[in-house]
Design a protein around this ligand. Structure first.
Ligand SMILES: [Zn+2]
Length: 305
């Protein structure tokens, strides 16, 4: 705290500060997030009496705030995508894991759906879905995943999707989970169950589980479109064959490995406090920062003991 304040206002405990100091833009994203200012009129700082440093800031969200984090985010995911593709021999498709996170509670206005590459563990895409896109937040995961797949195929990375598979993104994932739960901890059984997903969508239920609806219900009508194009069948089979679960079923017979997506969600929590409902622009900015931070630091070696 400046001396002049100490002398004149002995009982002053903090100064509400409203000026802006220009500093160099740190290249480290965490540092940048810490120094991130929303401009003079919109930021209130509390300066500590004892140390003369900023204790905490109240940031007042403003619609057009953009200090380059979008650009940084796009750079980051583009590099991450190239790194990920580079890890595969055929350079045409990649394996990803996705998960959704609700903004501040289950039925929140915002949801984020994130796609993380299997090999490099970097975030390749983080979709922000709001109630403006779909008022039912339970459907946000599906919508986000679809957008991610569309985005990837535009980039010519995932030539792995066909229209016939469009409505199956979520249900194939459900099948995977179901297969893990019902394989009785037998890796071979798990593989068979995964392969049978294709047959099920071709409307051939001979090998389906006796408990599943397609077996029990005589008037069973598939909810999703039936696969009849060989290309769609080949693609779906390809997706299954290339999945980590299929390749190393023994790792999954006991549980599903979601540690990366879950720890990414922890990173998100650092940037987007669940107790606060952010404006769309602010939420987006924070998601971009979280992705940049994650991609800079994931799988980094220890820097301290
Ligand atoms: Zn079936």
């Amino acid at each position: 705290m400046p001396t002049v304040f100490k002398q004149s206002y002995r009982r002053c405990s903090s100064i509400i500060d409203c000026f802006e100091v220009f500093i160099q833009r740190p290249s480290q994203v965490t540092a940048r997030a810490q120094t991130w200012s929303n401009n003079t009129n919109r930021r209130i700082s509390f300066v500590s009496k004892a140390f003369g440093v900023i204790l905490f800031n109240w940031m007042v969200p403003y619609e057009n705030d953009n200090l380059g984090q979008d650009e940084e985010y796009n750079d980051s995911i583009e590099t991450a995508l190239m790194e990920e593709v580079g890890m595969y021999e055929d350079l045409t498709s990649i394996d990803i894991m996705t998960d959704a996170r609700h903004g501040w509670r289950k039925n929140a206005k915002d949801s984020s759906v994130v796609a993380i590459g299997e090999k490099m563990h970097k975030v390749l895409k983080c979709e922000h879905i709001t109630k403006a896109d779909d008022f039912v937040s339970q459907r946000h995961e599906k919508l986000g995943t679809q957008r991610i797949y569309q985005n990837m195929s535009i980039k010519q990375v995932g030539k792995t999707w066909s229209e016939q598979l469009e409505d199956k993104v979520e249900s194939v994932a459900t099948h995977f989970h179901w297969a893990i739960r019902n394989c009785e901890q037998n890796p071979k059984e798990l593989k068979d169950l995964l392969i049978n997903v294709v047959e099920h969508y071709k409307n051939n239920h001979t090998k389906c589980h006796p408990d599943s609806r397609c077996k029990r219900d005589l008037n069973y009508e598939p909810k999703r479109s039936t696969i009849n194009k060989p290309i769609a069948e080949k693609l779906l089979l390809g997706v299954i064959h290339k999945s980590v679960i299929f390749k190393s079923p023994d790792h999954f017979v006991l549980a599903r490995d979601t540690s990366y997506v879950e720890s990414f969600n922890n990173t998100m929590n650092m940037f987007q406090d669940k107790r606060i409902v952010f404006s769309d622009a602010n939420y987006n900015t924070r998601a971009c920062l979280a992705v940049c931070h994650w991609n800079e630091n994931v799988d980094r070696g220890f820097t301290s003991i």
